[in-house]
Design a protein around this ligand. Sequence first.
Ligand SMILES: Cc1ncc(COP(=O)(O)O)c(C=O)c1O
Length: 386
Amino acid sequence: MDVDRIRSQIPVLAHTAYMNTGWSGPPPRRVAQAMKDRIDLELEQGPIMPDVLEAGREIQAQTREAAARIFNATVDEVLVTRNTTEGLNIVLSGLDWKQGDEIIICDMEHGSVIAPAQLIGQRYGVAVKVVDLEVHDSSEMIVTKIESAFTPKTRMVFMSHILYATGRRMPADEIGRLTKDRGILLMLDGAQTGGHIELDMARSPFDFYSIPGQKWLLGYEGSGALFIRREHLERIHPAHTGGRGIARPAEAHNFQPEPGTMEKFLGGSVSVPVQAAFLEATRFIEETGIRNIEARNLDLAGSAKAKLSEIPDVTVLSPSERRDSSGLITFAVADLEPVAVVERLWENHKIVVRQVGYPAGIRASLHFFNTEKEVELLVDGVRELT
Ligand SMILES: Cc1ncc(COP(=O)(O)O)c(C=O)c1O
């Protein structure tokens, strides 16, 4: 991997140690350029001129194909969305919930899991069972805890594939084997996975999976993608839809919805410039190769965790086992508020990290463009504060 060449395409890296891809990735110049080119075309030619419209349709089709490659799914199982959360909501609000159904989530979840699950619970009388995790729970322990929460009324396990707070990679395949056996649906929030680890819907036991464009894929905010396994498509009602979700031109007397296709979730217009950026971002990631990226992220994170844990007063809150790990690492510094550490690392060294609330800590995201030198800068910066 030619890290110097990759870095030269991401301008922000020239002056910051950027370790907050888990929030939003730093865009490569060519990703921004793809968006600018589309904006310029619409500016110069007009947005609905035949050639411009045709080029826009082509971008949308290619974006969907690119998202399908990221998922390793077929194109007809994939919808380009505006973000992770939208995809999760499409599924939750489209299922036919019954009073007394149960959804299982975990306590260390992001608001984009907690809020949609709890609101579905309140609206339909669905019980949301929250499984409490400990930071250092093993994969086996997590599987056992989730399995113990199953009842005959469990309809869905809904969880992040990588926990945003600690970077823990959840034992999703193992959980998926249990849910499949029992006819329970498994929906994964992949906000921290697309562009970060290899995804394989063709072989995974996941029913629904949602990813963003703006984080590890290095695209822009306002883009994402949703996978719905084909066998479930008919049962997800389009809670939102519109003219593009109809098989034929809308006829009030002869309404023909698209029951078995992802198109039924399309409502109105979408942002083609943002999709152009998503498309270019997937190409950028694919050129380096997702397996190479995953391996490098794990190497950098492993090194950071090992070095940070040698500092007295620092507690690493992310898993140490490689198979449970990701490029996200979280740590706490004794007697220092996470927010103070975040501010000082920025002021002293131009290191960009963030604080997380539960467990309370400082989170650094290490992506393939980061370097061992930056890891050392982070470790030295933290040591200095203790
Ligand atoms: C686990 C998780 N889910 C959902 C989100 C929200 O993502 P989006 O803005 O793409 O909906 C985030 C963002 O940080 C996240 O970490």
